[in-house]
Design a protein around this ligand. Structure first.
Ligand code: ADP
Length: 619
């Protein structure tokens, strides 16, 4: 096919699906299409200015970077043009025919088909260029890439219904013009008053001038926005709305951010940061390959998207801008990696974000809860990754515990509630908070009125290995090693275990020698008959499973079987003579202890047989 031929192509299947969903769900605030167009135009200007750093011929002859909005009320058309980097024919086909956004697969996997639910998802996904089809019945994009001849510019056009056309055209100006043929009910977007108000709202933070002709006709263009990069303006001049609007632009997120922090640092090092905490996690938060990081500017010139060198991995959810006065304009990703200046800024940004979180936790607990739900698991990585900031991160952690009905608590809450005499902070690892709450291992502490933190996040087994001590208090896994009870309130007499059966423990130990390290009386149990307790050096079942899934071979380790001598089954066992019934019940106690902590007995079929024997009254 000749390059000049008109070619019709189908949209990637996801694009069509996205457009249908968008037209349905965004209808009530369909004016957002204009924000997307201006945002893209501004990015394109940024990119051209950046490209011109390396190749000044791309800058064009004195032509200022900017964005023009033209309209024709009679013809019901609206055109947004920019003098940005432009697109080649191939680029137009690729960028305006597919979705390259990170998290796309995750996004589509989450769609339910329920319009209500899916429309909330789309807000999180960000709508982008395709939102033009909410208001337009036909769209043409004419574009010429900087550095490409005028005779091989491109016209992309589509009515948004499954197909688009690419045609090679001649275009004098470098940059892109997007023309919308508005739907009949969208005529308001070709009205000068409506347009001016919208552009004001959506473009004041844009660093390039946005121009509009008051009458749409031939007169002079007016500049509608301030055309000054938002982060360079003094804080007191900016409203919350200004910050929110800029967030949408920089984060490509339609939702409002939870909090932000804007700082202009002067002195030996000169830089500005504007950092945002989003309200919802992106779909690919746990995909370590996905793009993340801040948008990097050097003296207001855009340099890089997703400059991950300015954020530690455990703050990868932060969005925003860093503008340095000291880095060279030709800085590359590779250079950033080793730069001492960058490391220093990263350290300062890390502290800034942790301060912002501490403030949020303190002043706006409701918002902090949202933050924790979305990003708490990632923040926990910081305790492991960044020992230098441990003391700043620990107070930000939240845990479920045996106190309250599912509320989350800080370590300080826990310590404040500790009864007099309690020296250690207790926690229990389990697969879920519900499983943890039911665990036999914490019965004894619960009966004594001692609070236990319940850790059930994927990352918690690792986190626990890094907690060891908080505020001078030992953090203790209740399912491991000896449980130090000195100083704790005594148990009420009825449930206090009396260790009167040492002979029984030796008999059981002899029979279960293959399975357990030993048998002893429990200080942990109050209601259940038995539980397993691992040696303090053992990583525990949760961490063991994770490490083994990752291909690590761990040495076998046997747990102690702890028994509750007050439990009728243990008393029964005590009274049984040596023989089949004794062996069966002893094994059954070990089986149930393992099941209670979310494990599987070593011989599941044997367990079922033993259980059935007892259920059917064989003994
Ligand atoms: P996003 O802006 O989030 O990447 P969009 O759907 O808005 O998603 O745009 C897709 C891509 O199309 C952009 O990343 C960019 O490469 C290209 N594009 C859109 N508008 C323009 C424009 N005005 N100039 C140059 N490229 C553009």
């Amino acid at each position: 096919m000749s390059e000049h031929a008109t070619e019709t192509r189908g949209f990637q299947a996801e694009v069509s699906r996205l457009m249908r969903l968008m037209i349905h769900s965004m209808y009530s605030h369909r004016e957002i299409f204009l924000r997307e167009l201006i945002s893209n135009a501004s990015d394109a200007c940024d990119r051209r200015r950046f490209a011109a750093l390396a190749d000044p011929s791309l800058a064009g002859g004195g032509e200022a970077y900017g964005i023009r909005v033209d309209f024709d009320s009679k013809a019901r058309t609206l055109t947004v043009s920019d003098s940005g980097i432009g697109m080649t024919r191939d680029e137009a086909g690729e960028h305006l025919g597919t979705i390259a956004k990170s998290g796309t697969a995750e996004f589509f996997a989450r769609l339910t088909g329920d319009e209500q639910k899916d429309s909330q998802l789309i807000g999180q996904f960000g709508v982008g260029f395709y939102s033009v089809f909410i208001v337009a019945e036909r769209v043409e994009v004419r574009s010429r890439r900087a550095g490409i001849e005028s005779a091989v510019a491109v016209c992309w056009s589509s009515s948004g219904e499954g197909e688009y056309t690419l045609e090679t055209i001649t275009r004098d100006e470098i940059g892109t013009a997007v023309t919308l043929h508005l739907k009949e009910d969208a005529a308001e977007f070709a009205d000068p008053f409506r347009l001016r108000a919208l552009i004001r709202r959506y473009s004041d933070h844009i660093a390039f001038p946005v121009l509009l002709r008051p009458d749409g006709g031939k007169g002079e263009y007016d500049r509608v926005n301030q055309a000054q990069a938002l982060w360079t303006r003094p804080r007191q001049e900016l409203s919350d709305d200004d910050y929110r609007e800029f967030y949408r632009h920089v984060a490509h997120d339609a939702a409002e951010p939870l909090a932000w922090s804007h700082n202009q640092v002067e002195g030996r090092r000169e830089y500005t940061t504007l950092l945002y905490i989003p309200a919802a996690a992106p779909f690919d938060l746990y995909n370590r390959e996905s793009p993340r990081g801040l948008r990097l500017y050097v003296r207001r010139v855009f340099i890089l998207d997703d400059a991950e060198q300015f954020l530690p991995l455990f703050l990868r959810f932060i969005k925003g801008v860093v503008d340095s006065a000291d880095l060279p304009l030709n800085v590359s990703r590779e250079l950033l990696q080793q730069d001492a200046e960058v490391l220093a800024i990263k350290g300062a940004i890390t502290r800034r974000v942790l301060e912002m979180l501490a403030r949020l936790a303190n002043d706006e607990p409701e918002k902090y809860r949202t933050f924790w739900k979305e990003f708490g698991g990632v923040l926990k990585e910081g305790v492991i990754e960044d020992p230098g900031n441990r003391e700043r991160i620990l107070p930000l952690l939240r845990f479920a515990s045996t106190v309250g009905d599912g509320e989350l608590h800080s370590l300080a809450d826990y310590v404040a509630r500790m009864p007099e005499g309690q020296k250690q902070v207790y926690y229990l690892l389990a697969d879920s908070a519900t499983a943890a709450r039911q665990s036999p291992q914490l019965e004894g502490l619960r009966a004594r009125g001692v609070e236990v933190l319940l850790l059930s996040d994927r990352i918690d087994p690792w986190l626990a290995t890094h907690l060891d001590e908080v505020d001078g208090r030992v953090i203790k896994d209740v399912a491991s090693g000896e449980l130090e009870l000195a100083g704790l309130p005594p148990l009420t007499a009825a449930v206090a275990p009396v260790d009167t059966m040492p002979a029984l423990y030796a008999r059981i130990a002899a029979r279960l020698a293959e399975r357990v390290a030993g048998v002893r009386v429990s200080t942990r149990l109050a209601e259940s008959a038995a539980c397993l307790v691992r040696d303090s050096a053992d990583p525990g079942p949760q961490l063991r499973r994770l490490l083994e899934a990752a291909g690590q071979k761990l040495p076998e380790s046997r747990s102690w079987l702890e028994l509750n001598p007050a439990h009728p089954l243990v008393v029964r066992l005590h009274l049984l003579p040596d023989g089949a019934a004794f062996d069966s019940l002893a094994a059954l106690l070990a089986d149930q202890a393992q099941i209670a902590e979310g494990g599987v007995p070593p011989d599941p079929a044997g367990f079922v047989r033993r259980l059935n024997d007892w259920l059917l009254g064989k003994y």
